[in-house]
Design a protein around this ligand. Structure first.
Ligand code: PNS
Length: 170
């Protein structure tokens, strides 16, 4: 039987505990899981796509998950899936409000490639209110984000949002 390859696509700007929870759940469903970071020319993120991929890899290795693949993609998700032989897209559903857009995407992806299935998964309930956008906003305003992002990502986010003044110059 061929390998079941799942893709968990997203912006991951940056990865947070809700994403991570979902990624770890995916391992129970697939032989191989690809975390795929969208390279979107028209939407500049806080972190570069390279930084996002590196951070995801770092966190996964730190948590003992070196087996996950992490890559970036541009263009259509279904084309990327074709390239890597994936048949399923994993998307997280946090609340009913996520459903409408996710439903549209799932059906559009099916229209583009009828072999593609979308699997919706719920993150741990204590993470259902997390979004990268909200975390960036709260972080930029100095709010406490501990426990909502892996420690190394929280550190990167803090460094990015509040760069230390260059004290070396005289
Ligand atoms: O984390 P996000 O921003 O909600 O992820 C959205 C993502 C990356 C899954 C979606 O925008 C996507 O798949 N983009 C790739 C382009 C594409 O295939 N668009 C048609 C989707 S129906």
């Amino acid at each position: 039987m061929s390998k079941r390859i799942g893709v968990y696509p997203g912006s991951f700007d940056p990865i947070h505990m809700g994403h991570l929870d979902l990624i770890e759940r995916c391992a129970q469903l697939f032989d191989e899981v690809h975390v795929a970071v969208l390279h979107n020319e028209t939407k500049k993120g806080l972190f570069t796509v390279q930084e996002r991929c590196d951070m995801i890899r770092e966190v996964l290795v730190q948590r003992g998950h070196a087996e996950y693949q992490v890559s970036s993609f541009s263009g259509l998700l279904v084309d990327f899936m074709d390239e890597i032989g994936a048949t399923a897209v994993v998307r997280g559903l946090r609340a009913v409000s996520d459903f409408e857009f996710e439903f549209q995407m799932a059906l559009m992806n099916r229209k583009l490639n009828p072999k593609v299935e979308t699997v919706f998964m719920m993150p741990k309930d204590s993470y259902t209110y997390l979004s990268s956008r909200l975390l960036k906003e709260v972080g930029s305003l100095g709010g406490n984000l501990s426990g909502l992002l892996p420690d190394i990502i929280l550190q990167r986010l803090t460094d990015k949002l509040h760069p230390k003044a260059d004290t070396a110059s005289g």
